[in-house]
Design a protein around this ligand. Structure first.
Ligand SMILES: [Zn+2]
Length: 183
């Protein structure tokens, strides 16, 4: 799984998906007043995955309300790229403590952050409205005690295409106000 974190083509694919998601959001106009949207991107440099430097966002040209499209790169307000949060959390299942430590150190993630991610997947995510609405599409059902490893396996996300699909699946929860609780 770890090699996905250095996959340049995956990096480009995720960027392209975010551009498409942003274009779709822009075509929707302002949901409050129906006016056109202007680009209002803001700087974000996710840790663990260098190269990205902004999150797409739009501002209404009339009422100034913001519209943030879903993203396959940024998982809510977390400082790490979404793919890092998914992969590292998945890899922790079944990994011996010394190997977890090595992985963590290699990626520069502190122990506290990793514990928070784990709790988020195993407690908040599996109890979220998003997951409760989505879980029926998996047959057989996924093991919630091994999240997000069970998602990685269901989507075949050890491979590039599967990872793109998994991050697209998760993208609705990346919109501010639609998340499943702070991490
Ligand atoms: Zn508006």
């Amino acid at each position: 799984m770890k090699k996905s974190l250095k996959d340049g083509l995956l990096f480009k694919l995720l960027e392209k998906v975010d551009v498409d998601l942003a274009e779709e959001a822009r075509e929707g106009m302002c949901r409050y007043c129906g006016a056109k949207l202007h680009r209002g991107d803001f700087p974000r440099k996710p840790r663990g995955w260098p190269g990205w430097n902004k999150r797409y966002r739009f501002d209404c040209s009339r009422c100034r309300k913001r519209k943030t499209p879903p993203s396959v790169r940024f998982l809510g307000r977390r400082v790490y790229a979404g793919i890092v949060v998914v992969l590292v959390s998945a890899m922790m299942h079944g990994l011996a403590p010394d190997r977890v430590k090595r992985l963590r150190q290699e990626l520069g993630i502190d122990a506290h952050t990793l514990r928070r991610w784990r709790r988020w997947w195993l407690e908040k995510f599996v109890q979220s409205g998003f997951w409760k609405g989505a879980r029926a599409q998996f047959m057989p059902g996924l093991d919630k005690d091994t999240m997000p490893l069970s998602l990685v396996e269901a989507f075949g996300a050890r491979r590039r295409e599967g990872m793109v699909k998994l991050l697209k699946f998760l993208s609705p929860i990346t919109v501010p106000g639609k998340g499943v609780g702070a991490m």
